[in-house]
Design a protein around this ligand. Sequence first.
Ligand SMILES: Cc1cc2nc3c(=O)[nH]c(=O)nc-3n(C[C@H](O)[C@H](O)[C@H](O)COP(=O)(O)O)c2cc1C
Length: 210
Amino acid sequence: MHKVINPNILYFGTPVVLISTQNEDGSSNLAPMSSAWWLNQSCMLGMSSKSQTVQNMLRERECVLNLPSEDLVSAVDRLALFTGKDPVPESKAQRGYRYEPDKFGIAKLTKQPADIVKAMRVRECPVQLEASVEQVHSFELPSSLMAIEVKILKVHVAEELLMDGEQHYIDPEKWKPLIMNFCEYFGLGGKLHPSRLATIFAPPVTDKRH
Ligand SMILES: Cc1cc2nc3c(=O)[nH]c(=O)nc-3n(C[C@H](O)[C@H](O)[C@H](O)COP(=O)(O)O)c2cc1C
């Protein structure tokens, strides 16, 4: 039997992303978010325009998408209920948000310069994607939400995530993304079934004896 319900959120489980951006004064901002999905070399991000992150992305037209693995869950949670926006927007203040200018510091994460964009990478994140803002779409009013399309310019990946003997293929058995599922933190379970789609993207079979 199905029941008709009215849940206040529909967060069915998506990867956590730490978006780093540059503030107007040249300092760094870092914010956790999880409304993200990827297609080819693009990513679509859902975020409130009241966030410092979106304001920085609209001005600078760039960011770094840092993907934390599940072991970084405490660092991610240390960033929750903080904003880099001063003064704190009224709706956020009511929900207990506080202003924090040093997000890297409170999260105990390390800044690492990027190659192309001015925003910093997060050294501890095994995946760091430098990106440019391509298109911005506002949700229907009165929502403050925006869908921001970014193009991935450069992909940095911790070497230990690569498939054995491959330079450009991430091994899904090694990548352990942090997942936000109805506002709670989860990891992935193991692989369930061989995937026919994965055969399209598999590395070409080469004779490695030579
Ligand atoms: C795990 C996690 C996931 C989140 N996902 C989103 C999201 O997808 N979209 C969003 O607008 N805010 C999301 N938030 C809330 C933002 O982090 C919050 O608005 C924060 O204040 C943004 O920081 P900023 O104002 O410095 O940019 C999430 C928070 C946490 C802890």
